[in-house]
Each structure stands twice: as structure tokens, then as C-alpha cells.
Design a binder for this molecule. Structure first.
Ligand SMILES: [Ca+2]
Length: 339
């Protein structure tokens, strides 16, 4: 490919603006996880986002804990009736993690210790998932009146299975927004980001599908970092759930520091993707082709090629605006307070 003129480059470094709407219809697919939970909070309390379905995929912790965490969070936050679906429990080929193997990165079974303690003490009345199988989920999506933005903040396993088994489901998907991968350096290994490493086969299936995809890797999201001041501002906000959001943010900060990443930015990666659904000029995106390595020590590494036009309708972010993330977080807390 020849080099690009200045105009072409300007054009390509477009924002995600034409991919947002004032009322985003969202189907969430998560492995909660503190950072998934913060993303969930932002989606549920944004006035511009309507979450129409919620799928749980195993990843950050054991599947049953991810599901239990989701049920508790929905009950705690007043969204018990949100349609909840069981997704894939384990990745397509190999399962590299066992429960507890995250060495407490996320606290206790995916959530900060204080939050699990709160759930143990309060024993909330939770609701059963409406969908127990992939077939149920397929019917749930096909029954939607409007197309959805399908947001994945865990391994891509469930969505990969869904589009392989029921390719027509893509008619109901406006686009897929993914937190995963990295442009250069990984976080779970030197080469791979956690979600991509968990299920590179699934990520490759999704990457090769023709549905539009915008993928947010580690590097653009590293701009969306926060510190202790931000956590305390959240904690002292006054919304009923602000303590819980603060505890989630704090767990990540503490874990990063304890792993020795004293100077690296602390980012709530899953939640850092959410403003891209509704905030104008939040991210700069670029068409790409992407390849996922699956073998050997580079398993889960993603190789990006920046191009004029993607072969597979894929875009990746190169930059995100941290101020807009801060702004959205406090809007959501305000909305909770007013609700
Ligand atoms: Ca996650």
C-alpha cells in the first residue's frame, strides 16, 4: 500500500461520531469482573443507553461467579428485570484459568472484597436468567424490534458461537463494540491482552465476520486513566451506589499497584469503552485489518494493519478522551441520585 496524503490521513482519523446515537440500544456481553461492573453501571444509569439484553460469558472469574455477580448487581441497582442470558462458560478451545487464579486481582470472585461482603450480608432477592441456552439468546435477539449495538467486555466466545451457529442474527446487530486486544504490548502476557488471550479463536471468528466492529485495545484506553482523587470524588458523590463504584475502581488501582505497576496508568478498561456509545468525539478510530495469533508464546497477540478500507468492516481506536469519561461517570451518578 502506498503512503497516504495528508487529507486521506485526516479523513481516516475520524471520530466514532457517526456511530453514536442519542438513544443507543445496547446488548451487553460481559464476564463481571469489577471493570465490567463499572461498565454495566454506566450503561444502566446513562439516560442515552437502553440495555435490552445482558449475556454472561466466563472469563474474569469462574462462569458461575460471573453470573452470580451479575444477578447481585442487577438486584442491588434496581434492574432485576433486565433480560439476563447464560453465555459460554469456557473458551472455544483451551481454558487457561481456574477459579482463584487471578490471585485476587479483582478481589473476591471477581468483585472487590467489600462488595462481596455486602452481598453476603444482604442476601438480595435475585432473578433467574431468562435464557439458559444459546438458542434462547438467539430468539431473544431476533425478537428485538430495533437493531442493537452488541458490546463485548469479556472473551468473545458467546458472540463467536452465536454468529457461527445462527449467522442470520447479524441482521439484528448494528455493530459490535469490543474491549480487547492491544496494538503492541499485552497485559496478561507480554504479547496478549486478557480477553484476546482467553479466547483468541473466538476473537478471530468475530474479527472475520462482516458485521461492523469497533475494537478498543489497551493503548487507546490507557488515555482514560484515573487516580485516588477521582475515586474519592466518586465515593463522596452522594448517589446510593457511589461507594460500590468507588470500591470497584479502587480494587483495580490497588491491584495494579500491588503488581508493581507503580507508574503505569490505572484504567477501568471495560468501562472506558462505554462513552464511545453516546459521547461525540470520544474516540479516534481507524479502519484496520486484524489478525489474531493463536499458537505458542504469542497466543492471543493481535496484529493490526492500518488500511484505507478494512477487508472485514473493522475499526480500531487510537485515542480516547479521558475528560468525557469523567464527565459521563458523574452524569450517571447524578442520574442515579435523581432516579
Ligand atoms: Ca471484562
Amino acid at each position: 500500500m502506498g503512503s497516504l496524503s495528508k487529507n486521506e490521513i485526516d479523513h481516516q482519523f475520524d471520530s466514532q461520531n457517526d456511530r453514536i446515537s442519542d438513544a443507543a440500544n445496547v446488548w451487553l456481553d460481559q464476564d463481571p469482573g469489577n471493570d465490567d461492573a463499572v461498565a454495566l453501571y454506566m450503561c444502566l444509569f446513562s439516560k442515552q443507553i437502553d440495555v435490552v439484553g445482558y449475556t454472561i460469558t466466563g472469563g474474569n472469574t469462574d462462569f458461575n461467579w460471573c453470573l452470580k455477580n451479575a444477578k447481585n448487581l442487577l438486584a442491588e441497582w434496581g434492574f432485576k428485570d433486565l433480560p439476563l442470558y447464560r453465555g459460554a462458560e469456557v473458551p472455544l478451545s483451551t481454558w487457561e484459568f481456574n477459579a482463584g487464579e487471578d490471585q485476587g486481582f479483582h478481589g473476591d470472585q471477581g468483585l472487590a472484597n467489600s462488595i462481596q461482603e455486602h452481598f453476603r450480608k444482604n442476601q438480595l432477592e435475585t432473578k433467574e436468567e431468562v435464557g439458559k441456552t444459546l438458542v434462547d439468546m438467539y430468539h431473544g435477539i431476533m425478537a428485538l424490534q430495533q437493531k442493537v449495538t452488541y458490546v463485548i467486555t469479556g472473551p468473545a466466545t458467546t458472540f463467536a458461537l452465536l454468529i457461527k451457529i445462527f449467522p442470520e442474527v447479524i441482521e439484528k446487530i448494528e455493530r459490535v463494540v469490543i474491549m480487547g486486544s492491544s496494538l503492541e504490548i499485552g497485559n496478561i502476557t507480554e504479547h496478549a491482552e486478557f480477553n484476546a488471550f482467553c479466547d483468541p479463536e473466538a476473537l478471530e471468528i468475530v474479527a472475520n465476520s462482516q458485521v461492523e466492529k469497533v475494537i478498543y485495545g489497551l493503548e487507546p484506553l490507557d488515555y482514560v486513566s484515573y487516580g485516588q482523587d477521582f475515586i474519592e470524588k466518586v465515593r463522596n458523590h452522594g448517589a446510593k451506589q457511589s461507594w460500590m463504584v468507588a470500591e470497584m475502581l479502587n480494587q483495580m488501582l490497588v491491584s495494579y499497584k500491588s503488581l508493581g505497576f507503580e507508574d503505569s496508568p490505572v484504567v477501568c478498561y471495560d468501562a472506558a469503552v462505554i462513552p464511545s456509545l453516546v459521547k461525540r468525539n470520544y474516540a479516534k478510530i481507524h479502519p484496520v485489518n486484524m489478525k489474531v495469533l493463536k499458537d505458542g508464546e504469542k497466543r492471543g497477540k493481535t496484529v493490526y494493519e492500518f488500511v484505507k478500507k478494512s477487508r472485514t468492516n473493522m475499526y480500531t481506536a487510537k485515542w480516547c478522551d479521558v475528560e468525557k469519561w469523567y464527565e459521563m461517570m458523574f452524569e450517571c451518578l447524578d442520574n442515579e441520585l435523581d432516579s
